[in-house]
Design a protein around this ligand. Structure first.
Ligand code: GDP
Length: 325
């Protein structure tokens, strides 16, 4: 079916016009595992790249149930009411295992989905973290080319994916709950260190008092963390995504952050560092994939694994032999 072949040129033109169907097809092309699509996908990215880079990229993380989708819905609607175009992408490497992407559930973000100025895309499935992350980065470029000025990257705060999200956003927001220590919430110190702002969600009803106490505790904790390269002192806020309280304050903070870091040069420096990081990352991924997919190496690897089991070689000798191949 020749006419079904996606032409990067035509697709890029439609994406630049802000055509959502074209944007969806573009992301599908970028996510494709078909080797023939790889060239077209790269073409498409190159065509869109000159028009990208103009958005604010916001990472949002937090454990399941903290209120990420409720927050993104309320926050996204606020931004749209301010005339913004909002894209929501997800990084969820577990989606292939749990069979349900964090954005796969259609009931999530019901209102936001209906907005013509919103674009919501679930995580690529059946991928490793490296794979999803690369595809998300490329999807950001396509969304920006399509005129989206706020890109939200959502991830579940339970694994390695926060680091990947942190490496592709300008601002990192951590949603937290009250009533449970960090340990209970499964949030590691490293994630708190990455946060530019911590928002204690569900600060409503009986929970409001506890949320205020938690805020004081987080303020105290953050005070002991080393100063960030951005020269930005991370903030703690309370909010209720459900009742739309404190959400506009978070948007104010983000705008302040963008202003401060653009003025002190950190904003651009960070994006450049991220691009350099992704260059190295892409090469590492490709080398690894090529290495392990090579038939000769694959065969020898099985042999060496058996020899290891029989104590007839050492991991280092086996590795050297394979690398020399
Ligand atoms: P996610 O798993 O992090 O995406 O969390 P959800 O957005 O799906 O929210 C999980 C549950 O918490 C849902 O029942 C929400 O209605 C509820 N929830 C989310 N935000 C708030 C909030 O600000 N206040 C209260 N009381 N409930 C909330």
């Amino acid at each position: 079916k020749r006419h079904n072949r996606i032409s990067a040129e035509a697709l890029a033109l439609d994406i630049l016009k802000g055509n959502i169907t074209a944007l969806s097809r573009g992301i599908t092309l970028v996510e494709s595992k078909n080797k023939d699509h790889l060239n077209e996908a790269n073409n498409l990215i190159m065509k869109c790249l000159p028009y990208a880079n103009k958005s604010i990229r916001i990472g949002i993380t937090g454990v399941p149930g903290v209120g990420k989708s409720t927050f993104i819905e309320t926050f996204g609607n606020l931004l749209i009411s301010l005339g913004k175009k909002v894209a929501v992408l997800a990084i969820d490497p577990s989606s292939s295992l749990s069979k349900g992407s964090i954005l796969g559930d259609k009931t999530r973000m019901e209102d936001l989905v209906k907005q013509p100025n919103a674009f919501i895309r679930p995580s690529a499935s059946g991928e490793t973290l490296g794979g999803v992350a690369r595809k998300t980065r490329e999807s950001i470029i396509l969304c920006e080319a399509a005129g989206f000025d706020i890109i939200i990257i959502e991830t579940v705060g339970v694994g390695q994916s926060e680091t990947a999200v942190h490496s592709m956003v300008d601002f990192f927001l951590l949603l937290q709950l009250t009533g449970a220590g960090d340990e209970l919430q499964g949030i590691k110190r490293g994630i708190i260190e990455m946060a530019d702002t911590i928002a204690i969600n569900k600060a409503d009803g009986d929970n409001l008092k506890n949320a205020k106490i938690a805020k004081i505790e987080y303020d105290r904790t953050l005070h002991f963390y080393p100063k960030k390269a951005s020269n930005w002192q991370p903030k703690t806020v309370i909010c209720s995504a459900l009742n739309n309280e404190g959400i506009d304050a978070i948007w104010q903070i983000i705008q302040e952050y963008i202003q401060v870091t653009k003025e002190n040069g950190f904003f651009n420096k960070k994006r450049q560092e991220q691009n350099k990081f992704w260059l190295i990352q892409t090469i590492e991924n490709q080398l690894k994939t090529d290495f392990f997919n090579h038939p000769k190496i694959n065969k020898e690897l099985q042999k060496q694994l058996e020899l290891i089991e029989l104590n007839k070689t050492t991991p280092f000798a086996a590795a050297e032999l394979l690398l020399k191949l």
